[in-house]
Design a protein around this ligand. Sequence first.
Ligand SMILES: [Zn+2]
Length: 329
Amino acid sequence: MTLSFHLNRVAATAVLSLLAFGAFMSDAALAAAPQQRNQAPGFYRLILGDFEITALSDGTADFPMDKILIGAKPGEVEAAFGQAFLKLPVETSVNTFLINTRTKLVLVDAGAGDLFGPTLGHTVENLRAAGYRPEEVDAVLITHFHGDHIGGLEHEGKLVFPNATVYVNEKDRSYWLNESNEANAPDDAKPSFKMARLALSPALGAGKVKPFSGDTVIFPGIKAIEAPGHTAGHTIYQIESEGQKLLLWGDLMHAAAVQFPDPEVAVQWDSDPKQAVATREKILADAAKNGYWIAGAHLPFPAFGHIRADGKGYVYVPINYTMNRPPKN
Ligand SMILES: [Zn+2]
């Protein structure tokens, strides 16, 4: 009896000390460093000849890929994302690119601005993190007139890049800013017209919009090349310095995991899906054959890479990360 009572007391004490130890441990857990959960600022440099190219993250957004991809074989989309360890809807990058040619500071696309919620619209924040100010930007080159590429031109009715000339393809300008096109557009396309008007209005008011037609040299080493299909005036930009070349693809593709292996898959957002496929096939073939750098607005950030042919499709090879910083000069 006594012994068992004693043992019970020993057990009880052990339990109490374990409880006390547990309390101590949970205090210790509370005292540990809290998780931070944020990411590094979204910029990444690529030195291209004498040019400095900085990829800027505008953010990421869930794209309902199972709904927007068209022309795929049954099960193809799910299988491709499965192989890439991605789940639907697929979190997708929105990227812009800042080119310092030493004489000009040129931004390709402006990101979404305020148009698509808080996960997008971070171009200016990341441009500042990358060491630049919006006032320093001399030119913004637009790939096409969709909200996630032009929304960032405007904030509360004012120019975000007050000293920049905005270069746009005349076909997109005349289509998206035309009131009768807007009136005749299907309901689901109307918001895009509204966004285009809103985004471009301060630049138009200030006389800062400069339309171009066809393939056009914008600055030495920076050339606009028409790549129609996603929109009629969809434009890609060829950047060349000291024999090195980078092609900024805009929306040549939206879903790397699907459209590299099968470039015939289009997106509902293409104004002419058939033409978009033909354009994509032509540009992918050229990039694989010639081995230059490519980058896209919706490839995973920082989106620089190369491609190589693989059967009927292509394999995307993302840039190998570097911390080497060429000296400032
Ligand atoms: Zn886009």
